[in-house]
Design a protein around this ligand. Structure first.
Ligand code: NAX
Ligand code: K
Length: 225
C-alpha cells in the first residue's frame, strides 16, 4: 500500500512556506517552534534512546529556538538535560531570547561547557535550513570531536553542516542517527553526504501552510511512513 506522498523542498522553498505561514496566515512563530519541539519529543520519547543524560546543542537562530524548547520539555518531564549554546547568546534571534526568558523562570540553567562523553543522547539544534555558509572553524572542530565520540545524535530539521538544498557538507557536519524534519523533507537530506549523515529521516507536520499557487521546483514525491 502506498504511504502519504510528500514533496521534496529546497531551503529557500521551506523558508517561503515558513514566512507565508507566519506573516500571511498569522500563525504565531512560537506556536510552530512549540510544535516542532513536541514533534522531536515524540521521537526522543519513543523508547529507542537512552535518556540518562541528554545534551542539547543550540544555535542562535530558529533552529536553536527549537532546541531550547526541546530542552524545556525534557526538563519538565524530569529528564537530566544540559543545554549548551554554540555562539554568543547576546546575538541570538528574538525567538531564542523568548525561549530563554521562559526557561530562566522555569529553572533550567544553561551549561557553559559540556562534556560529550557524559551525554547518552545529543540533540543537534545548531543550524537548520538557515545555513548559508561554511561553518566557523571552532564549530567544525567541535563537530569532528563529537563525530569521533560517536554518541547517538538526533538532528533537529537538518543535521548541522548539511546544506538543506544540495546535501553537501559545509566544512563539517554532525552525523545523525535520526533527523526529525518539519513540514516537508528537505531535498539535501536525500542527496550527496546529506543522504547518509541524516540517518533515519522522520517527517513531522508542525502546521506549516502552503499557498494554493505555490510552485514547487521539484516534482519528485517520496512515500513516507
Ligand atoms: N521560520 C520559523 O519561524 C520556523 C523555523 N523553524 C526552525 O528554524 C530553522 C531555520 O531557522 P533560521 O532561518 O533562523 O536559521 P538557522 O537557525 O538554521 O540558522 C540561524 C542563522 O545563522 C546564520 N548562519 C547561517 N549559516 C551560518 C554559518 N555557516 N556560520 C555562521 N552563521 C550562519 C544565518 O543568519 C541564519 O539565519 C528550521 O530549520 C527549523 O528548525 C521551526 O521552528 C518552525 C518555525
Ligand atoms: K540541526
Amino acid at each position: 500500500m502506498m504511504g502519504t506522498m510528500t514533496r521534496l523542498v529546497t531551503a529557500s522553498e521551506m523558508q517561503q512556506i515558513d514566512n507565508y505561514t507566519i506573516e500571511t496566515i498569522g500563525m504565531p512563530q512560537d506556536v510552530l517552534i512549540e510544535r516542532a519541539a513536541m514533534a522531536v519529543l515524540d521521537v526522543i520519547g519513543a523508547g529507542r534512546f537512552d535518556l540518562s543524560h541528554v545534551l542539547v546543542l543550540a544555535g542562535l537562530g530558529n533552529n536553536g529556538a527549537d532546541g531550547v524548547a526541546i530542552a524545556r520539555l525534557l526538563y519538565a518531564q524530569g529528564v537530566n538535560v544540559s543545554l549548551q549554546f554554540v555562539g554568543n547568546v547576546s546575538r541570538a534571534k528574538d525567538s531564542v531570547k523568548r525561549q530563554l526568558a521562559i526557561i530562566e523562570k522555569h529553572g533550567l540553567v544553561r551549561s557553559e561547557k559540556s562534556d560529550f562523553n557524559e551525554a547518552t543522547l545529543i540533540i543537534d539544534a545548531i543550524f537548520g535550513v538557515g545555513l548559508n555558509n561554511v561553518l566557523p572553524e571552532g564549530l567544525q572542530k567541535m563537530i569532528k570531536a563529537a563525530n569521533h565520540i560517536d554518541k547517538p545524535v538526533i538532528a533537529v530539521d537538518v543535521p548541522t553542516g548539511i546544506d538543506a538544498t544540495t546535501g553537501e557538507v559545509r566544512g563539517a557536519a554532525l552525523k545523525a542517527h535520526t533527523t526529525v524534519t518539519f513540514g516537508f523533507t528537505k531535498v539535501g537530506l536525500t542527496q550527496q553526504n546529506g543522504c547518509y549523515l541524516s540517518g533515519n529521516v522522520i517527517l513531522k507536520d508542525v502546521g506549516m501552510l502552503v499557498p494554493d499557487d505555490f510552485e514547487f521546483s521539484l516534482q519528485e514525491a517520496l512515500p513516507v511512513a
